[in-house]
Design a protein. Sequence first.
Length: 138
Amino acid sequence: MLRMLPFLIVLALWIWAFIDCLTTPEEEVRHLPKVVWVIIILLFGEVLLGPIAWLVAGKQRAVRGPRQTPWAAGDTGNGGYERPRGRQLAPDDDPEFLASLKKDNKQHEDMLKQWEADLRRREEELRGKDDPDAGRRG
């Protein structure tokens, strides 16, 4: 088993570099086109030259800077939502959230009533087409 360890390490690095190259966006690939990097990794993977070249020169690595907070000063945060101020309320206690739920529920109820009325109208139309004598009796 110990004799297979170097082979397994080479195989794992080869597979990892290949998948990493395939999933890397084109704009993050350096020096050569992405297709050329895939070919290099596949052709020279057995001797580790391809995967090591990809790790060293093929992909732009993110430069780690200071960790940023989710909302920088003056920024509204993700998706345009306002930055939470003060004590944050749970959704159950937030009156604005509860009011929006009531408004949505009212809209959904109105929509459901409209659909039900439309369904009743369509059913009556179909009944009238199926039974031609129904219009003469009434």
